[in-house]
Design a protein around this ligand. Structure first.
Ligand SMILES: [Zn+2]
Length: 141
């Protein structure tokens, strides 16, 4: 292995690539909206007993009783290993400057049970992107 991925890189891949968009637009998995949930054809059991959670950015299959993050999803659907899947997802992330400190302030994995901290981390990341976009449009105008 030439290089390892930093925790921050993996955090960004898991949280900044919306799981719904990844499933529908990148992986071409059949999907639909019902009862307010984005549902997808589970790549493991081929059933629609699924949902995604925007706050945790996880896809869940109720039949398999499994959660899939974006990296898991790519590994299963593309039949690729972890490193390949991470590289695939990195190509989907827009290039961001190296410094946005907000992106580094992720929640600690230990607190995974508290969805509030996860949601807060995601909000930080989203507002950081908002700032970047704002700056871009200011320059363009
Ligand atoms: Zn399943």
């Amino acid at each position: 292995m030439k290089r390892r991925f930093t925790r921050n890189e993996l955090f960004r891949l898991r949280n900044l690539i919306p799981i719904d968009t990844l499933i529908r637009d990148q992986l071409d998995i059949p999907s639909k909206f019902s009862e307010g949930f984005f549902r997808f054809l589970c790549p493991v059991c081929n059933e629609f007993r699924t949902a995604t959670s925007p706050s945790t950015n996880l896809a869940r299959c109720f039949r398999c009783e499994k959660n899939f993050n974006p990296i898991d999803m790519v590994m299963i659907v593309k039949k690729m290993g972890f490193v390949e899947s991470v590289k695939y997802l990195k190509n989907l992330l827009p290039d961001t400057p190296h410094d946005p400190a907000a992106l580094v302030k992720g929640p600690r994995p230990k607190q995974a049970g508290q969805s509030n901290t996860l949601a807060a981390g995601r909000k930080d990341a989203v507002s950081a992107i908002g700032e970047i976009l704002k700056n871009l449009s200011l320059k363009a105008g």
